[in-house]
Design a protein around this ligand. Structure first.
Ligand code: FAD
Length: 377
């Protein structure tokens, strides 16, 4: 007789991959079902780079989570063959006093996380491309950096597969077979039934569609990003000279040059409502292009007249409070959900994957998941 899986995971993004990895380390038999390739280009994990930062304004809880994620990322990199984590620091640029960056500095200090404050002269010297007059100071923490997203997903899933996890790509789960108080099985679009003892849903921006009947409080928004080639002084934008950065007050973040001489900038703020695949994934609006130019003119003037660029679109699935959903599915003893990463989840993937695996296997996790419960809504 074929043994039923212990856990079936829906979603082969960074969260599904991380949970699969930890469950397999705990000796569980796991299958991951993914509607596309792993990694899937349309998914939130299907891009080039993601920021890894420990600065979170006054929100010490996320700083602590990032600090706990750091050794787990290092361990994953060590175990795999791909160095997908680049620790070239993270630069918060403050345009005002008593704001987000000052609060970040205080929390970093309290947690003994090394960080240096750069005054206008330091900024001018180290980052001559910046309009230093626009900033009050910079806050650089060296433990920050950037993660190659798709490479991280492939690497983590590869490690999970080495521990016996089965990955079923191009299989779309379309319905849940429910019995009283539990889920018995899942059905895919071909009618095939997938049984398991437990189920974990990590379907990213597709969560509202797949788990419709649970009415999870999530909003999906279309996020536009701009890849541009610096028109001058390209050497300055190399990763060894220019770390990923954010200007919280302006609502923008960016990366050094990283792919065919292109760098990326994006907006933190939530975009228009959308759903994956609703527009071509390179289609950005002229209004967004204009917004990027205005931002650059003010803060990194030599980039403002870029001529070579390409757009990229991906989707946030956000909660109202920007905190994640890491919980059991309401009314079901054997089903769990990790979703609502609200545009800032990637950096925590190994930690929250581990927490969900512990929750599924042992009923509780080392990480306090109280803040991520569905009952808060
Ligand atoms: C533009 C943008 C910038 C971001 N920047 C950062 C950053 O700098 N730092 C940071 O920490 N985080 C960042 N994030 C957030 C981070 O990328 C996400 O939190 C993370 O990738 C979410 O991973 P996931 O596995 O939950 O979802 P996804 O990566 O979207 O994976 C979900 C997977 O589920 C699959 N799936 C869905 N439905 C089904 C189904 N019915 N059947 C089978 N498979 C299904 C999908 O195909 C997909 O592959 C950003 C997100 C975006 C969109």
């Amino acid at each position: 007789m074929i043994r039923k899986d212990d856990v079936v995971i829906v979603g082969g993004g960074v969260m599904g991959a991380s949970a699969a990895y930890w469950l397999s380390r705990m000796g569980r038999q796991v299958t991951v079902i993914e509607q596309g390739e792993v990694p899937n280009r349309l998914s939130a994990s299907g891009d080039q780079l993601r920021i890894f930062r420990l600065s979170y304004g006054k929100d010490a809880f996320y700083t602590e989570m990032a600090a706990q994620s750091l050794p787990l990322w290092r361990e994953l990199v060590q175990q795999g063959s791909d160095k997908f984590f680049i620790q070239n620091g993270f630069l918060d640029l403050a345009t005002q006093a008593h704001g987000y960056e000052e609060a970040s500095l205080k929390v970093l200090k309290e947690h003994k996380i090394p960080a240096v404050v750069l005054d206008k002269d330091d900024l001018k010297r180290h980052y001559p491309m910046l309009n230093s007059r626009a900033f009050r100071f910079g806050l650089l923490h060296k433990d920050g950096g950037m993660l190659w997203a798709t490479r991280a997903v492939s690497s983590i899933m590869g490690l999970a597969q080495r521990k016996g996890v089965k990955v079923r790509a191009h299989v779309k789960v379309t319905s849940l077979v429910q019995a009283k108080g539990s889920i018995q099985a899942l059905k895919d679009s071909s009618g095939k039934v997938w049984e398991a003892e437990s189920f974990l849903f990590a379907p990213g921006a597709w969560t509202p569609e797949l788990l419709k009947s649970y009415r999870l409080p999530l909003k999906v928004t279309r996020q536009q990003q701009m890849y541009l080639r610096p028109p001058f002084n390209r050497g300055r934008y190399r990763e060894e000279h220019f770390p990923p950065f954010s200007i919280a007050h302006a609502g923008f973040y960016g990366f050094p040059m990283h792919i065919h001489g292109f760098m990326k900038i994006g907006e933190f703020r939530k975009g228009a409502p959308g759903k994956p695949g609703d527009v071509p994934d390179r289609e950005i609006t002229p209004a967004f292009e204009r917004k990027c130019r205005v931002f650059l003119k003010r803060y990194i003037p030599e980039l403002a007249n870029f001529t070579e660029f390409e757009g990229h679109v991906c989707y946030y699935a956000s909660t109202k409070d920007q905190d994640f959903i890491l919980d059991r599915l309401p009314g079901t003893a054997n089903a769990f959900v990790m979703a609502g990463f609200s545009g800032h989840g990637f950096k925590f993937a190994p930690l929250v994957g581990q927490a969900m695996a512990q929750l599924i296997v042992g009923g509780k996790s080392e990480l306090n998941l109280h803040r991520f419960r569905l009952s808060r809504f």
